[in-house]
Ligand binder design. Structure first.
Ligand code: ADP
Ligand code: ASP
Ligand code: MG
Length: 404
């Protein structure tokens, strides 16, 4: 007999039928002899709906109140699932993030878990009760309700699996696993039966939203086996595993895309030591998360610095840069919110030199202009125009022969 953490995403608990199907599956798992801890997301698109409502009443909602609002979504699904479980004869009890012992810092709307105290869940399990925990939320060291950032139920599930020493953390979603590309964009995408933590981290950080990045980091650091699978077909999905030396490593495993960033260019910057340091310190002090950076030196001794930030941070980043204009002596700040990043990822590219050339040739053949480039040892990313990103993905997926 083992302990399984089962997390169900928004679509998986999207309506009453889906909730009953989830209850049946939890009951099946229990009858097979395993203990189960369930983590649920808000139903369907209800988090988006709550965000829209907040936007209708306030242009800048206070973050504390935003968190109080958003945590309501997960409370609805956890209580409904407990009711459905009682219908099928399973004793269950719902727990908010706070009741489940998820302790976070005070950074509202993107809080980090700093401790997990799952005593109440352990007591419930010992009493033969299935705990159903509201994902995406916790309680801060100031005793306020917090949320963990979009997609944060994945983090709740992994953190509980680690704290409870679960045998596996199962992430149930609306696709049958982790694919070689987002199957909604590339219909030929193939399900991967195994993917290494290293590759999954790169995928999650470049737009492969099937797992939230922090949940993958947490799982790797705490050695939690992750199994991503479908709550529609219930078939085995993708295992995210530690890399073994014997594992056959594909040169390229996946193509990802991200349309959530914008590009900011500071034009005509004097080419002197210390300028970039001032700019990026000022951005960091305002909490702006800078991702890719490119600096090109022109013949006249000035440079352009381009960088990407989340689209939600464009306004702040623009203000920060503009405030430094006189001081640093650059000409102007330009922004472009219609960029996209396309990336190819594969652990095998470490020892195979041709991937960059193939990627650039493929984009060139499609007449797609590359605006920025960044690499890691197992990833190459190019920034392209947003309107061309899906074409770029399909072309790259075909060029690297990732289809089924
Ligand atoms: P949930 O609500 O269950 O957390 P998400 O919407 O967060 O579901 O994540 C699942 C979605 O991730 C899929 O519907 C799919 O469109 C998208 N996705 C993006 N890239 C990939 C990929 N490489 N493999 C599988 N799904 C992906
Ligand atoms: N409901 C939250 C969101 O939509 C958390 C999650 O689904 O993981 O982001
Ligand atoms: Mg998700």
């Amino acid at each position: 007999m083992g302990l399984v953490v089962q997390k169900f995403g928004g679509t998986s608990v999207g309506d009453a039928d889906r909730i009953r199907a989830v209850a049946d599956h939890v009951a099946r798992t229990r009858r097979q002899g395993d203990d189960v801890v369930v983590v649920v997301s808000a139903m369907g698109k209800s988090t988006d709906e709550l965000l829209r409502l907040a936007g209708d009443v306030a242009s800048q909602a206070p973050p504390r109140e935003m968190d109080m609002l958003l945590t309501a979504g997960e409370r609805i699904s956890m209580s409904l699932l407990c009711m459905a479980l009682s219908e099928v004869g399973i004793k269950a009890a719902s727990f908010t993030g706070s009741q489940a012992g998820i302790i976070t810092d005070t950074d509202h709307t993107r809080a980090k878990i700093i401790d997990v105290r799952p005593e109440r869940l352990k007591d419930a399990i010992a009493d033969g009760i299935v705990p159903v925990v509201a994902g995406f939320q916790g309680v801060s060291t100031e005793k306020d309700v917090t949320t963990l950032g979009r997609g944060g139920s994945d983090v709740t599930a992994v953190a509980l699996a680690a704290a409870l020493g679960a045998d596996v953390c199962e992430i149930y979603t609306d696709v049958t696993g982790v694919f070689s590309a987002d199957p909604r964009v590339v219909p030929e995408a193939r399900r991967l039966s195994r993917v290494s933590f290293e590759e999954m981290l790169e995928m999650a950080s470049t737009g492969g939203r099937v797992l939230m990045l922090r949940s993958v980091e947490f799982a790797r650091n705490h050695h939690v086996p992750l199994h991503v699978r479908s709550s529609f077909t219930w078939e085995p999905g993708t295992w995210v595993v530690e890399e073994e030396p014997s594992m056959e490593q594909a040169i390229v495993s996946a193509v990802t895309h991200d349309v959530t960033e914008a590009k900011i260019t500071v034009v005509g910057v004097p080419d002197r030591p210390g300028i970039a340091a001032r700019l990026f310190r000022a951005l960091a002090d305002r909490g702006v998360n800078v991702d890719m950076i490119v600096q090109n030196i022109s013949a006249d001794g000035s440079t352009d610095i381009s960088f990407t930030v989340p689209r939600s941070d464009v306004g702040v980043a623009q203000d920060v840069a503009a405030a430094l204009q006189d001081d640093l002596g650059f000409q102007m700040v330009k922004t472009d919110s219609s960029i996209a990043r396309v990336s190819v990822i594969g652990a095998g590219m470490k020892s195979y030199p041709g991937v960059t050339a193939t990627m650039f040739e493929t984009l060139a053949r499609e007449d797609i202009n590359i605006e920025m480039i960044s690499t890691s040892s197992i990833r190459i990313s190019c920034v392209v125009d947003e309107s061309e990103v899906e074409q770029a993905m399909r072309a790259l997926h075909a060029a690297f022969e990732l289809g089924g």
